[in-house]
Ligand binder design. Structure first.
Ligand code: ADP
Ligand code: MG
Length: 294
């Protein structure tokens, strides 16, 4: 029987902070030839920070915008929401606002109603900011910020730009090496992100992934994983967000980051408890060894 070998490998994995929900996935891992990574919180650290904050709405004082944005983002567990709240915390003195109709749109942002005004916080296209406007704002902001994987989050009040944040997202130390090791194994590496082209391509370049998919809605991530599977590949997807959960479910092996959302952790087949991408390679090594014993 190969059961003892499988159990030994599973417990070895567990000791390294790799939690398999079933031995089946440990066995499958050595067959994987495509790995799709999420960007924010997966290839990058889950702790981005705000570099520049601008408050531009003429009807609202800065303090007022700060307490509105804080009140809305408090309801989100997104890494970018945490970054924004951390930035605002030092400044927020205003009273918390009464909020209604809070909604989370995974991959796009969050919205809520405050005093009959509809607020949206999220990416460019979803908040209704034109590419032209973004270009103008960015050329002004990014001067002196250098080349980095910046994400811009926009805040609109009834469709009018109220504030925006330039958020610096640092790539995990082990990301580049993990990608390289996969490529050495002839495994195709993809990055699938809800972020826009600019931020996506910057991180894609830094991480040196083979292909980058940007402005991905949750279902776009699903379809990409499905398409690769349909072409006779064995696909692993690794992510942390609510927006990654559906893609984790359709992948041959779904991997969640330990700090990720409940939805990702519950849906995944494997959890990297310590958020360390190099553990994915360690798990693959265990899987290869196991397949040789079997
Ligand atoms: P990724 O797929 O790289 O993990 P997400 O899909 O989670 O990225 O997020 C995509 C985009 O959605 C972000 O770049 C951001 O613009 C926007 N977004 C999502 N949730 C929030 C939020 N709570 N606050 C601000 N922006 C958000
Ligand atoms: Mg993410």
């Amino acid at each position: 029987s190969t059961m003892p070998a499988l159990l030994a490998s599973l417990s070895n994995a567990a000791k390294h902070g790799i939690l398999f929900k079933s031995g089946v996935f440990l066995e499958k891992l050595s067959l994987v030839n495509v790995v799709a990574f999420d960007k924010t919180g997966t290839l990058t650290k889950g702790c981005p920070s705000v570099k520049i904050a601008k408050y531009v709405h003429s009807d609202y004082k800065r303090e007022e915008l700060i307490s509105i944005i804080y009140t809305i983002e408090k309801n989100s567990t997104h890494p970018l929401a945490k970054a924004i709240m951390e930035n605002l915390q030092t400044e927020t003195k205003g009273l918390p606002k009464d909020l209604s109709c809070f909604e989370d749109f995974p991959g796009n942002g969050v919205s809520a109603e405050i005093e009959k005004v509809n607020w949206k916080i999220g990416n460019r296209s979803w908040t209704g900011i034109s590419e032209k406007q973004e270009c103008e704002l960015l050329s002004e902001m990014e001067e002196g910020e250098g080349e980095a994987g910046h994400t811009v989050v926009y805040v609109t009040a009834d469709g009018e730009l109220a504030a925006y944040f330039l958020i610096g997202d640092t790539i995990r130390e082990e990301s580049v090496e993990a990608i390289q090791s996969l490529q050495q194994k002839q495994i195709l590496t993809l990055m699938l992100t809800g972020d826009s082209k600019r931020g996506a391509e910057a991180i894609g370049r830094l991480a040196k992934v083979d292909q980058v998919g940007y402005s991905c809605m949750p279902e776009d991530k699903v379809n990409t994983v499905k398409n690769w599977r349909d072409k006779q590949n064995v696909v692993a997807m690794i992510g942390d967000g609510v927006n990654d959960a559906p893609a984790l479910a359709v992948a041959d092996v779904g991997v969640a980051m330990g700090m990720g959302s409940d939805a990702a952790i519950e849906t995944a087949d494997v959890v990297l408890i310590k958020n360390d991408l190099s553990k994915l390679l360690y798990a693959m090594k265990l899987s290869e060894r196991l397949s040789k014993i079997v």
